[in-house]
Ligand binder design. Structure first.
Ligand code: GLU
Length: 298
């Protein structure tokens, strides 16, 4: 029976097809949800067309299906959610939490956090980014994998852009509005997004919602010492060999599972899901051959 009290999601940006690193990311959120009989959603974060690759969203969905990673409910596309993001901006503007900023990158280059230059511009003006004046408080939360976190919003993170000067809604706004709207209770994603979490938690509250639980898992580091990512040209997965890909991806998570149908491999992985072992780890080094077993390096 499905545990509707757990709602998780995998939220790829369609900048390219799935690769081993993103398969591992999908698997961690999938296994976390399925092990708890939870709901697992897929959301395509297609907010920034110039960074996207035509056909990548479909390719990602095909690949997830080929690997047995079947999602619940309908896929959500952020490109269709403009009205909801605008409504959230209007709500924040009515609460006097936004300002219109024309600072250039160059002007901000020497500042670690936004220096507050345009804070007085509380009315909409053209050719300006929309920034959120963050509440002046410390965000504390326990990340299931990375432990206690404590960040001062105003002095360590600063006022963040919610809509870019050239038009697109920003990631921090869209991800929060959708996590609220989709009733997400568990955000399980890569550690590279841990720094964004205090902003998102505070934004949840300013939009009248309770933040979910978080678990940020280690990212996969390739042989060159860099995160395995589209930017670093990680090769696309071959959907014709899903079981071999799953075996390789599961091995990165410390699970040695014999090649079988994706369904049987995922069922076994669910039963052996060693989530405790991800605790406190900030990276995973790519294991590419049969030399690893369930205990090596874990
Ligand atoms: N779309 C983001 C990415 O591909 C992930 C967003 C999230 O999980 O919060 O990196």
């Amino acid at each position: 029976m499905t545990n509707t009290a757990y709602r998780g999601r995998f939220a790829p940006s369609p900048t390219g097809p799935l690769h081993l690193g993103s398969l591992v990311a999908a698997l961690v959120s999938y296994l976390d949800a399925r092990e708890r009989d939870g709901v697992w959603l897929v959301r395509i974060e297609d907010l920034d067309p110039p960074r996207e690759q035509p056909g990548a969203a479909d390719a990602i969905l095909r690949s997830l299906n080929a690997h047995g990673l079947h999602w619940d409910e309908n896929v959500r596309y952020q490109s269709q959610r403009g009205d909801a993001y605008l409504a959230a901006l209007e709500y924040l503007a009515a609460a006097d939490q936004l300002f219109w900023c024309r600072c250039s990158r160059k002007q901000l280059a020497d500042h670690r956090v936004y220096p507050g230059t345009c804070r007085a511009c509380r009315q909409p003006r053209d050719d300006a980014a929309i920034r959120w004046q963050v509440p002046n408080h410390r965000e504390r939360f326990a990340d299931r994998y990375q432990g206690e976190q404590s960040v001062d919003l105003a002095t360590e993170l600063g006022d963040v852009v919610l809509r870019r000067r050239d038009g697109p809604f920003a990631y921090q706004l869209a991800v929060t509005v959708d996590d609220i709207d989709q009733g997400i209770t568990e955000v399980v994603r890569g550690i590279d997004l841990l720094d964004s979490t205090p902003w998102q938690r505070a934004l949840f509250r300013c939009l009248g919602a309770t933040p979910p639980h978080y678990a940020h898992f280690p990212v996969l580091i390739g042989a060159n010492g860099q995160k395995l990512s589209k930017q670093n040209h990680a090769p696309a997965l071959n959907d014709d060999q899903p079981s071999a890909n799953l075996q390789q991806a599961l091995r990165q998570l410390g699970l040695n599972i014999a090649v079988d149908t994706p369904l049987r491999m995922l069922t076994e992985a669910q039963q052996r899901w060693p989530q405790r072992r991800l605790k406190g780890r900030t990276d995973l080094t790519l294991k590419d051959t049969e030399d690893s077993n369930d205990t090596t390096g874990w």
